[in-house]
Design a protein around this ligand. Structure first.
Ligand code: SF4
Ligand code: SF4
Length: 363
């Protein structure tokens, strides 16, 4: 099976500098990306947020130092010594799931890592934590992934594509790192090796792992779509050599539901989402124009999130109905009709949240 190469992800591609050996080699092999990538290279989409300088000076610092926190968590886990080994039975998986939730995860599952779970090569997204990983071949060094979701704030997400969306996304990346770091330190305290994936350093694409860990299915938005919170979640994963009972993938009928829904595709302002299939590490995903998506981010000054806000499961569907919908077109139709009646094509809220409101300022 062909493994995914992190160098092909958008953020790795557009971090390449023109004229470097890496740039020349990558685009000689992948000329199809070059024109679009060059048009968005070197841009920080946040700078294009259409807000006053006063707003930016006041509110950008809310999340501007998140990478510093993540770097410190990364270093803490790396430097934390593995303690004396305890015998841990496989059934301890159920305790670990509760421990993950205690640390702040929304849901937790276990999956067995295979060689094909990992990236083939790393894409060097780790500048912020001071690692040079571009082009490094990834080897399987862990058996188990403890995969988890962290729910984003729906009130914030329903303001997508405005600044509130960026705030909840950035917050979730940091929470994922905090939860992952705490699980990893805990596992090391039990005497087993552990590393945590975070926004600055991934050893594997996490959506396929989350599917194997039974946390949800892949929607045409290419995100994990959970039954309870849709795609309004960020993913984390701790890799370890501790062996536990593993979960199984779930199928609740999302594949058929996406065919009658397509709301993420219809609402996507850059028309980046399609129904055409592609494979990533053995899992079925959907063809997606990442460059036009990123161009839209540059236009909005946030990472958009309209495809998250548009998903009926993000807004909440009665779990009883979700559990009845597999192979049941009548139930799917009912869920769609109820959603459209309540929210229309998307549940967009225009009113700014009070956290960002400067009107009552007394100077
Ligand atoms: S983030 Fe926005 S532009 Fe990108 S795919 Fe989702 S809806 Fe489309
Ligand atoms: S919005 Fe609809 S089509 Fe898109 S992932 Fe959610 S259920 Fe599937």
């Amino acid at each position: 099976m062909k493994k995914y190469d992190e160098r092909e992800t958008l953020f790795s591609r557009i971090s390449l500098e023109k004229g470097t050996k890496e740039y020349e080699e990558f685009y000689a092999k992948n000329p199809q990306y070059q024109k679009d990538d060059d048009s968005i290279r070197g841009v920080s989409f946040r700078d294009n947020l259409r807000k006053s300088d006063e707003f930016k000076k006041r509110f950008f610092p809310l999340t501007a130092n998140n990478k510093l926190f993540i770097k410190n968590l990364h270093d803490l886990v790396e430097n934390f010594e593995v303690k004396e080994r305890q015998v841990i039975e496989h059934s301890f998986a159920k305790n670990l799931k509760e421990i993950g939730k205690y640390y702040g995860a929304t849901d937790v599952g276990m999956m067995k890592l295979k060689d094909s779970s990992y990236y083939e090569y790393l894409g060097g997204l780790s500048d912020e934590i001071g690692l040079d990983t571009y082009g490094k071949k990834v080897k399987r060094t862990f058996n188990t992934a403890i995969v988890f979701t962290v729910k984003m704030d729906l009130e914030f997400m329903n303001r997508a594509p405005h600044f509130e969306e960026l705030l909840t996304t950035e917050e979730a990346y940091l929470k994922v790192a905090q939860v992952g770091a705490r699980i990893a330190v805990y596992i090391k305290s039990l005497g087993y090796r552990a590393m945590f994936n975070h926004s600055e350093y991934y050893l594997a694409p996490l959506v396929p792992l989350a599917v194997d860990a039974g946390l949800g299915e892949i929607g045409i938005c290419n995100h994990l779509v959970t039954k309870e919170h849709g795609n309004n979640v960020r993913l984390g994963a701790v890799f370890t050599n501790l062996q536990v009972d593993y979960d199984q993938p779930i199928e609740y009928g999302l594949n058929d539901f996406c065919k009658i829904c397509s709301l993420c595709m219809m609402n996507c302002p850059s028309k980046s989402i399609t129904h055409k299939e592609r494979m990533v590490n053995g899992k079925r995903f959907f063809k997606f124009d990442d460059a036009s998506c990123f161009a839209l981010w540059n236009n909005s000054g946030t990472d958009c999130g309209t495809c998250i806000q548009s998903c009926p499961f993000t807004q909440g569907v009665d779990l009883f109905k979700v559990n009845q919908m597999k192979d049941n077109p009548k139930m799917m139709k009912q869920i769609m009709e109820e959603y459209l009646e309540e929210f229309g094509r998307r549940n967009y809220t225009k009113k700014e949240l009070s956290i960002l409101n400067l009107e009552d300022k007394d100077d």
